[in-house]
Ligand binder design. Structure first.
Ligand SMILES: [Zn+2]
Length: 79
């Protein structure tokens, strides 16, 4: 016989500011053809991808700036 214990736990989520947090990541996506840059370490690198993309696709004029913010979860103490 297998026994399982279930209980409710409170969790929360927030910005991961610990030293081992993943770095913030940036990317850009073409709104016309959905082409996407690779992950960039700075927003300027994502903008450089946009300029290269519009150079090959002069009618693709709108883009999305994507930012990946590290998040972390932890259990809240219940008292
Ligand atoms: Zn495009």
């Amino acid at each position: 016989m297998t026994a399982r214990l279930f209980r409710h736990q409170l969790w929360t989520v927030g910005a991961d500011t610990l030293p081992d947090a993943e770095p913030v990541g940036y990317a850009a996506e073409c709104s016309v053809c959905r082409a996407r840059s690779g992950e960039c370490s700075t927003p300027e690198h994502a903008d450089a991808w946009i300029l290269a993309h519009v150079g090959g696709h002069p009618d693709h004029l709108t883009y999305r700036a994507l930012t990946a913010q590290p998040r972390r979860t932890w259990r809240r103490s219940t008292g």
